[in-house]
Design a protein around this ligand. Structure first.
Ligand code: TXA
Ligand code: MG
Length: 338
């Protein structure tokens, strides 16, 4: 437990060296530093320090068998962390790193057991964020970092979100402003044939296909053992979430009627168009951007806002499962799972 969490504003275009060195020093001593990536904020520890990595699990309330992504600052670091790196991994790295693509590969002996939850594979990615890269370089070692949120909650996309969950519980937050992507990286398992997307993200199957040939979605046989994170309930605001088709006024009216009878506070999140359903006192309405990239950037903030407003029920319109829409719908379905 850290009595005080230092929040340091860093310029994402030109991270101040002195500030980065301070944060790297905290990591070097085994502390926890939250930092921005292009996808979501990460909660970082020195990946080669097993005790420090353990503290991540404690702070998040994360099950110990849920492995953590190791972040690197150069493609060359891949060979220190992974073994038998297939040729296609090199092509993917050339094309998508730094960027929102995490590769699952056979782990090397360098990676502590605590990072991989005892699996024989390791997840590696190089983030496209100057603060994250500067921090990893200043430490001179890879940084283990899950999304910076309490286990089960939505990922933090601003430093403010990180503080909601971790104020007084971690050493430092590097505030680099809101992140540009807004949903977590694509997780691609290259340790099996054919390669499988364990978690959809901004790098889509259409992006991967030309470099991979066949790529399948989902966990396949032995799935939950392979990607333990997918076993747990995720991305959950405290409210109950129900997904409805777009412009299904009848379904919305029906839900509003039911929950209205129980005097529950309700929110409707529309997809890219104004709300046209029945008015209701105290109803919270959020119109999401039409552009799916913009939608992705905002969705976790909206779900967190609902918690702050003490909303009991959130009705969310489905969006088109195309491009990053696949990743968004994946998170919305998980938020709605009960
Ligand atoms: O965009 C992101 O990936 C963010 C930023 C901070 O990099 N990180 C992130 O980490 O989302 P986390 O821990 O919230 O999600 C990582 C997912 C989990 O579902 C975990 O189970 C899975 O990746 N994972 C990690 N290592 C794995 C492995 N060796 N095999 C299979 N799945 C793995
Ligand atoms: Mg997470």
């Amino acid at each position: 437990m850290s009595p005080q969490t230092f929040v340091i504003k860093v310029n994402p275009r030109a991270p101040q060296k002195r500030l980065i060195l301070t944060a790297a020093e905290v990591l070097r001593r085994g502390g926890l530093v939250a930092f921005p990536t292009e996808t979501v904020y990460g909660l970082g520890a020195d990946a080669l320090n097993a005790d420090a990595v353990k503290q991540i699990f404690v702070a998040k309330g994360r099950p110990l068998d849920n492995p953590i992504i190791v972040h690197v600052a150069s493609a060359a670091d891949l060979d220190r962390l992974a073994e038998n790196v297939p040729e296609e991994a090199r092509r993917l790295v050339d094309r998508f790193w730094p960027g929102p693509l995490t590769l699952i590969l056979r782990r090397s002996g360098l990676v502590p057991d605590g990072v991989t939850g005892g699996l024989d594979t390791v997840a590696v990615r190089m983030p496209r964020n100057s603060i994250a890269l500067a921090l990893i370089r200043a430490l001179g070692r890879p940084v283990a970092a899950p999304s910076a949120n309490l286990s089960g909650r939505t990922s933090g996309t601003t430093a403010g979100h990180v503080l909601q969950d971790f104020a007084g519980r971690i050493d430092m937050v590097l505030d680099g402003g809101p992140v540009p992507v807004g949903v977590e990286s694509t997780v691609l398992d290259l340790s099996r044939r054919p390669p499988a997307i364990l978690r959809p993200g901004a790098v889509t199957p259409e992006d991967l296909a030309p470099l991979l040939g066949r790529v399948v979605m989902g966990r396949g046989r032995g799935g939950s053992r392979r990607s333990p994170g997918t076993r747990y309930r995720h991305y959950s605001p405290r409210a109950r979430v129900t997904l409805v088709e777009q412009n299904d006024q009848e379904a919305v009216a029906q839900l509003l009627h039911e929950v209205g009878r129980n005097k529950r506070k309700v929110a409707v999140v529309t997809a890219g168009h104004p709300f046209v359903g029945p008015g209701k006192a105290g109803l919270v309405v959020r119109q999401m951007p039409q552009d799916l990239g913009e939608y992705a950037r905002r969705i976790f903030a909206v779900l967190r806002e609902m918690d702050e407003l003490a909303v009991d029920e959130i009705i969310i319109e489905k969006i088109e499962e195309k491009g990053i829409g696949v990743a968004i719908m994946d998170r919305l379905k998980r938020a709605a799972a009960r």
